[in-house]
Design a protein around this ligand. Structure first.
Ligand code: UDX
Length: 452
């Protein structure tokens, strides 16, 4: 890391400012900090973070021009706007850092979230090396690079009659599992996916995944890229625990969990971006109540379309569940999943939630909503067989049945055993000599030998 008396050990990390992307990027920062790098987080003003929660990092606020942000903007337009607006302010910020750091240390590399693709242009202009962070699964990434071929062969957009069919070359995923399924603006999505899948001049790809979880797809992805791929997750188990929550975590649920029997509680959360409608809220509420299983339910503000959830919860529901249910607006999820009382996770299957659940040996009910969540759900239910798919329209009797299957009986025991086996394999991967452990060391070598 030494060059002409200067330490070349500063890494600038550019997260995509959404919860499911911020968490892995900050965890990666903590991991690389523990390896001796200085970490600067170049963060947009949109969904900004509190630097006081991360005393080991330096923060650079990047002007994103979103002061008149229109909340009705769809996620594609928002990501594109962020990228367009980010490029010059980031370039200026990097140039300032290079000037300030001249005497002590130099920027070794800019690591950017694949969705913040314009960071590569900003770094390139200043001749700084770059590496891409992929926060979704390898399988999702592989589908992204496969779309042009599928499109050329006439598979995209998939016809209704094909939805249950397996995608050629991507078994066991079906057309209905693809990240582009059911999108209102397919062309724009394919365009953005094509842009974010390119690595241009970046010298490597870091993935928050584990070799043992995705071996066949990892081998296929390696054939698609000419640069090294470092699967070195799950980050949250390698980094020291810290919180990068945008919402305040309600820790009262831990006190409630302390009073519950081991493996008795089903934890319910649809993550940071998905939403349900009023009917789905009511079916979920009665499904939980009728299952007679203790539950911890996260109802994030804005996650129920329409009114606030307090007004929508059905009459009689609170009385029916009494102390058996705990509802919070945002939970310390990793702590919840690690709690001895939690026996199952009803999840939207975001990639972080999926990894976090496996790492705590918690079987899942899969209720994917959009994007990569359906692929993750397919992994959980059909490849790893550590969860049950809640595939149909949410309906209280189906929910009740699925909760019972997840939480008790032979099927439950078998799923718990398989999840525990996966947990052990993942732990071996991050231990000395394991695949993620080795990948991390290879990444450090790679950065140190980058041309900075
Ligand atoms: C988004 C996309 O929707 C998803 O498809 C993609 O895989 C990642 O980004 P998101 O809803 O953010 O998903 O889900 P997820 O990836 O699971 O990330 C959510 C994070 O928030 C997790 O790290 C989880 O621990 C945390 N969380 C969630 C909390 O800390 N508290 C909660 O109450 C809920």
């Amino acid at each position: 890391m030494e060059k002409q008396g200067q330490r070349c050990n500063r890494l600038v990390l550019v997260p995509c400012p959404f919860q499911g992307h911020i968490n892995p990027m900050l965890q990666l920062g903590a991991i690389l900090h523990s390896k001796g790098f200085s970490i600067t987080i170049a963060h947009t003003q949109f969904n900004s973070l509190d630097p006081s929660n991360h005393p080991n990092f330096t923060f650079q606020s990047i002007q994103d021009g979103l002061s008149d942000y229109d909340a009705s903007m769809d996620s594609i337009a928002l990501i594109e706007t962020l990228n367009i607006n980010l490029v010059f302010p980031l370039q200026e910020s990097l140039a300032r850092m290079m000037k300030q750091d001249e005497k002590k240390e130099r920027i070794a590399c800019v690591i950017y979230d694949a969705a913040m693709y314009k960071a590569e242009a900003a770094a390139n202009y200043l001749k700084l090396p770059t590496i891409v962070l992929v926060t979704c699964s390898i399988a999702s990434r592989l589908t992204h690079v496969t779309y042009p071929q599928l499109q050329a062969e006439g598979y995209i957009p998939p016809k209704d009659s094909m939805l249950q069919d397996l995608v050629p070359g991507l078994h066991p995923f079906r057309f209905k599992d693809l990240t582009i399924f059911n999108l209102p603006n397919l062309e724009a999505s394919l365009q953005l996916i094509a842009t974010t899948s390119k690595i241009r001049t970046s010298s490597a790809i870091i993935c928050n995944t584990v070799d043992c979880l995705e071996q066949p797809f990892l081998a296929q992805l390696k054939k698609q890229y000419q640069v090294p791929i470092f699967p070195m997750g799950p980050f949250h188990k390698i980094a020291l625990p810290s919180s990068s929550s945008l919402l305040k975590e309600d820790t009262s649920c831990i006190t409630w969990l302390d009073k519950q029997a081991p493996n008795s509680v089903i934890y319910v959360s649809i993550g940071s971006a998905a939403s349900i409608d009023e009917r789905e809220l009511i079916e979920t509420a009665w499904g939980l109540a009728n299952s007679k299983q203790p539950f911890l339910w996260v109802i994030r503000p804005g996650s129920v379309r329409g009114l606030g959830w307090q007004e929508l919860l059905p009459e009689g529901f609170k009385k029916a569940v009494e102390e058996r249910g705990c509802i919070v607006e945002w939970a310390p999820q990793k702590e919840v999943l690690a709690h001895v009382a939690v026996g199952g996770f009803w999840s939207h299957c975001g990639w972080n939630s999926t990894l976090e659940s496996i790492c705590e040996g918690s079987p899942m009910i899969c209720q994917p909503c959009f994007g990569d969540q359906r692929m993750n759900a397919r992994y959980v239910s059909h490849v790893w067989r550590v969860g049950l798919e809640l595939d149909k329209e949410l309906e209280r009797r189906e929910i009740e049945r699925t909760i019972r299957r997840l939480m008790a009986g032979k099927e439950c025991e078998e799923m718990r055993q398989r999840t525990m086996d996966m947990k052990v394999k993942v732990e071996l991967s991050i231990g000395e000599g394991g695949s993620s452990y080795n990948s991390l060391n290879d990444l450090v070598e790679h950065i140190c030998h980058s041309d900075c």
